[in-house]
Design a binder for this molecule. Structure first.
Ligand SMILES: [Mg+2]
Length: 299
């Protein structure tokens, strides 16, 4: 069977099962009163960057997607290593511009590049590993959502999808990981589960449902759809099924959620239910949210 028939999500399930890895945005390593958070994400010019993307965009994006996973656990970034593959005929200036993008991103969100590797490759590939830390009593794993918890997102959604359609590369690639929001949520100690929305809302809900053995009811009229997405006729499709929104999706007991709402830019979008189904309430009617989103190896 070819990988294109399997898809990225199933491929990661094979590896998490084989090595008994909890399915989360980061690994949590015991470090006394804290966890050392470790995550890695690889990007490739052909599969991640539309025509016209600059090397600055690529460097920033490669770094930011890793930082987003640290943010999703409530962590603070400490350090990064970067493995970079490039074709031999690439201009040196392009390489420097890529490093500039990476540097600017770390200046904004913290942590320092401390090592890496460069090799010859068919196309530009950047694999960054990020290290972060979080106090054990503040950490926000994906596991922990309970029936009756409220479901929230930070900021607005549909932004990544709209940016992709409009070929708005700044919006699509110069993403802003939610480190500050993640830290605030972590410090509140009331969040029961959290992940970032890189794969899109629908796919993320399915991942949380599987881990927590729960389901979700989401209300269409409560979704904080980004202005840039609302202009599109298929805004609901953009909000649910397109990836590239690096907001945080989290669950929290209802009353605690109301308190957080007073302090942060977060929106309640639904609730956790016991039944294993994921439903969208639109104009009073139930619709099934499908398990699809952006996935590599699938065309
Ligand atoms: Mg993630």
């Amino acid at each position: 069977m070819k990988l294109s028939q399997v898809g990225e999500r199933k491929l990661t399930y094979y590896v998490t099962k084989k090595f008994s890895i909890p399915f989360d945005d980061c690994a949590f390593l015991d470090a006394g009163e804290e966890y050392l958070l470790i995550t890695t994400d690889m990007v490739n010019r052909k599969t991640h960057f539309p025509e016209g993307s600059t090397f600055y965009h690529m460097g920033w994006y490669a770094m930011a997607v890793n930082i987003s996973d640290i943010a999703a656990k409530g962590g603070k970034p400490i350090a990064y290593v970067a493995a970079i593959g490039m074709p031999e005929n690439l201009e040196k200036e392009n390489y420097e511009e890529m490093l500039e993008g990476m540097e600017k991103c770390t200046e904004e969100y913290g942590g320092k590049l401390v090592g890496g590797d460069t090799k010859e490759a068919d196309d530009v590939t950047i694999a960054i590993t990020a290290f972060g830390k979080v106090r054990k009593d503040e950490a926000m794993p994906r596991k922990g959502a309970k029936p009756e918890d409220a479901v929230y997102v930070t900021g607005s959604i549909g932004r990544g999808g709209a940016a992709l359609l409009e070929k708005n590369l700044e919006e699509l690639l110069l993403i802003k990981p939610k480190i500050e929001e993640g830290r605030m949520l972590a410090k509140s100690k009331v969040v029961t589960s959290c992940m970032d929305l890189s794969d899109g809302l629908a796919s993320s809900l399915y991942q949380l449902a599987k881990i927590n053995n729960v389901g979700f009811i989401i209300y269409e009229d409560m979704l904080p759809v980004a202005e840039i997405a609302k202009k599109h006729e298929n805004w609901l499709e953009l909000a649910l099924y397109y990836g590239g929104d690096y907001e945080l999706l989290f669950t929290v007991p209802e009353e605690k959620g109301k308190e957080l709402e007073k302090k942060m830019d977060i929106k309640r979008i639904g609730k956790v239910i016991e039944e294993n189904k994921i439903t969208l309430i639109k104009e009073g009617k139930e619709h099934k949210i499908e398990d699809r989103g952006y996935e590599h190896f699938r065309m």
